[in-house]
Design a binder for this molecule. Sequence first.
Ligand code: ADP
Ligand code: MG
Ligand code: ZN
Length: 483
Amino acid sequence: MKARIGLEIHVQLTSLKTKLFCRCSADYRGAPPNTHVCPVCLGLPGALPVVNRKAVEHAIAVCLALNGEVADELVFERKHYFYPDLPKNYQITQYSKPICRGGYVEIEVRGRAKRVRIRRINLEEDPGRLVYPTGSPLTSPYSLVDYNRSGVALLEIVTEPDMEEPEEAAAFLEKLRSILEHLGVCDCGLEGAMRVDANVSVEGGERVEVKNIGSVSEVERALRYEIVRQASLLRQGGRVRRETRHWDPARKVTVPARAKEYEEDYRYMPDPNLPPVPIPAELVEKIRAQLPELPDERVKRLVSEYGIDRRTARVLVYTAKALADFFEDVVRLYPRDPQRTANYIVNDLLGWLKDEDLKPLYTRVRPEHVAKVMRMLDEGLISIRQAKELAEHIVKHGADPADLVEKLGMRRIADEERLRRVVEEVFRENPKAVRDALRKPKAVNFLVGMVMRKTRGQADPQLTRRLVEEMLEAVREGRLSLP
Ligand code: ADP
Ligand code: MG
Ligand code: ZN
């Protein structure tokens, strides 16, 4: 089933210390309600907005990183609607001249590359937040408003409807998130830092907008649901009309939004308090020159610098900047075999980290710990299977792998002298097996097995086999006699 998908992504500029038009702290998460507010972000009469220069610079950087064209002036407009989260009854946003027009992002799904075009990027203020005492508007007897978020700098990134399946939308969002993280403008893992409205239509129907989805995997799920719903409606002879719906993550369905809520008569007008300001070309060029390494370049560098395969490099970079940083930190500590390190991070550690929350990677798992696992592997202290087993403990409990190996009784006996004594013991206790092994190479396995059993599986199997063979040779040559 072919679909058309276009996304509108709201991204908070979380690295800014203050809001878009006032000096209130933008670091509002976890703060008591209505403590990060002032006359400007509460919309009190007479209060005057002043643009946060850093927010403009961040918006320009995002525009350039997405290959867009930066506007020659900064123009703000008022968008009117009536909802308690908006204290002024209008939102300061952009309309006639967004800060960025055009641009594109390259994505790749199942080995097929394609471009998703960006239509525009608006710089705007975030509204406040409605808080429902029971957690749901349906069951709460009243709602509360928290204006701490009101006025936080937001980018609205609008794509063309260039995506054809939910996987492409997910690939686009992952790539976008990684670009924003590499630019250092958005810590997209923070609750509510990236919110998506997904527009989707199927052939023969109009587009439906699914509002306010909170994560990449939820966007994918919502789109999959919506495409099936629209297609089956059409198949049954129904019609798909243009409407706005909400994604219910608990029930995993989309539900119609009340039409009144989104009456689209915004009465846009220029904001007389914020006259247009020219954006100097020199400023744009200065920001372009200072753009950091972006995801595509980083993938190429990981491949050439460490010799890892492209697929793994892409997983590291596009899952989260933190994951790629983590990989490079481990390799800096232990440079041997970066491919194996990358595989371990992607295949073993990542599996134990919850969907989209990569915080534990840096708060619990330390690069030194993973470097230690790699070293123990090379020293033959642990097997590959044991390294995989350690991954779970390392992620869940942040434990030092060296301690874990002791605690879990994993330490391998790689000490040659110690192991040689065990082999001698086995030889003395099993003279018949030794005589068998001298004639039949297959019977050597029995002796190796006995050594493993005596050491409760902790002997290094390769070393054990070598010592057994050496000792058989000594018996054969008469250098060692048996009872
Ligand atoms: P409006 O201006 O009314 O908000 P737009 O045409 O600007 O509508 O589109 C808003 C979003 O909807 C964009 O992300 C766009 O890509 C997407 N979109 C437009 N047409 C379609 C369509 N037929 N199917 C899916 N998405 C669409
Ligand atoms: Mg919009
Ligand atoms: Zn304020």
